[in-house]
Design a protein around this ligand. Structure first.
Ligand SMILES: NC(=O)c1ccc[n+]([C@@H]2O[C@H](COP(=O)([O-])OP(=O)(O)OC[C@H]3O[C@@H](n4cnc5c(N)ncnc54)[C@H](OP(=O)(O)O)[C@@H]3O)[C@@H](O)[C@H]2O)c1
Length: 284
């Protein structure tokens, strides 16, 4: 099976390089800018194509690895070509294969294949790809061909349905981008305590890494410590009185979710007073 890429950016180059190194099945690249396709072809020892038609002709599977907003436009060009029997994929986390409108009329099969990884470097990120879980969603008739393709490059994968794609992507944002926002809130509050930038790193690093390692090893419930779990009303009340603005809201909302975890862990503990405190936005 020959695999080609329309869009020679970070994901296109990285996935192309991994396929090339592990399965020698890469046809090559087409991109908006010819120089991008040429660079990617040199990097992966494959071809660069001057137009989409020849890429399609020489590929059994085509990855449309352009920015999300350009996927429909590229699909509109491709769907008028001879694509019967081919597997057409994109790598967006938030869009499903439904973006390939009327694909059933073409005889091709559509998929969204998303790596749960920040792909930041055209030439180096391919080494990280096998560490990531990929999700696959799309045509049930040929999904096994996609699984075989990914497995051939040592890629772990999970099949999801198109209906949960938005929820799935939102969850991925929560455990990547939103963690950054939470760390920024902690940094901002520590700066108000007079911490230097170096002290910030020293304060945050063991807390953060210890916590992440523990959660990954034993799960969220067993890893939980702190004032919410202990039902320490006075401490939480003082925190809420001290924080202001968005940091206060972040603290309050995440404390409510923490309370759910604590309740599951200690079903006999009465967290009612703490819950009232967290729900009362008036007098803090
Ligand atoms: N980066 C990530 O961390 C990441 C992670 C998971 C999934 N994804 C998904 O992967 C896809 C690609 O993202 P990326 O980060 O690789 O983007 P990127 O680095 O910006 O690369 C996109 C490439 O597509 C080319 N392009 C743009 N419009 C085009 C068009 N109409 N026709 C042909 N080529 C076109 C670009 O232009 P030139 O030809 O001018 O260079 C560029 O080379 C997106 O769907 C994204 O959601 C990204």
């Amino acid at each position: 099976m020959k695999v080609g890429f329309a869009g020679a950016g970070k994901v296109g180059c990285s996935l192309g390089m991994l396929f090339s190194e592990t399965q020698h099945n890469l046809s090559g690249f087409y991109s908006r800018t010819s120089a991008s396709a040429e660079d990617a072809a040199v990097f992966t020892k494959s071809k660069h194509f001057q137009n989409l038609e020849t890429l399609i002709e020489e590929s059994d599977t085509v990855f449309i690895t352009v920015p999300d907003d350009a996927i429909s436009e590229v699909w509109d060009s491709i769907k008028c070509m001879h694509i019967a029997g081919k597997l057409i994929c994109h790598c967006s986390g938030s869009l499903s294969s439904k973006i390939f409108k009327d694909i059933e009329k073409t005889g091709a099969y559509g998929f969204s294949i998303h790596p749960l990884l920040a792909v930041s470097d055209r030439y180096r990120s391919y080494q990280e790809l096998p560490k990531a879980l990929f999700t696959i969603e799309g045509d049930a008739d040929r999904i096994s061909a996609i699984e075989t393709l990914l497995e051939g490059s040592g890629i772990k994968h999970a099949v999801i349905s198109a209906d949960v794609k938005t929820r799935y992507h939102g969850a991925a944002v929560m455990c990547s981008n939103l963690v950054i926002a939470l760390i920024r809130a902690a940094e901002d509050e520590l700066r108000l305590c007079g911490f230097s930038e170096e002290q910030l790193r020293e304060a945050i690093t063991p807390l953060l890494l210890g916590n992440v390692n523990k959660v990954l090893n034993v799960g969220t419930g067993a890893a939980l410590t702190g004032p919410i779990e202990r039902n320490d009303f006075g401490t939480v009340e003082k925190h809420l009185k001290t924080f202001q603005g968005i940091d206060k809201e972040v603290y309050r909302v995440l404390s409510k979710k923490t309370l759910d975890v604590a309740r599951q862990k200690h079903p006999n503990m009465d967290y009612g007073k703490l819950e009232l405190l967290l729900n009362n936005q008036e007098d803090q």
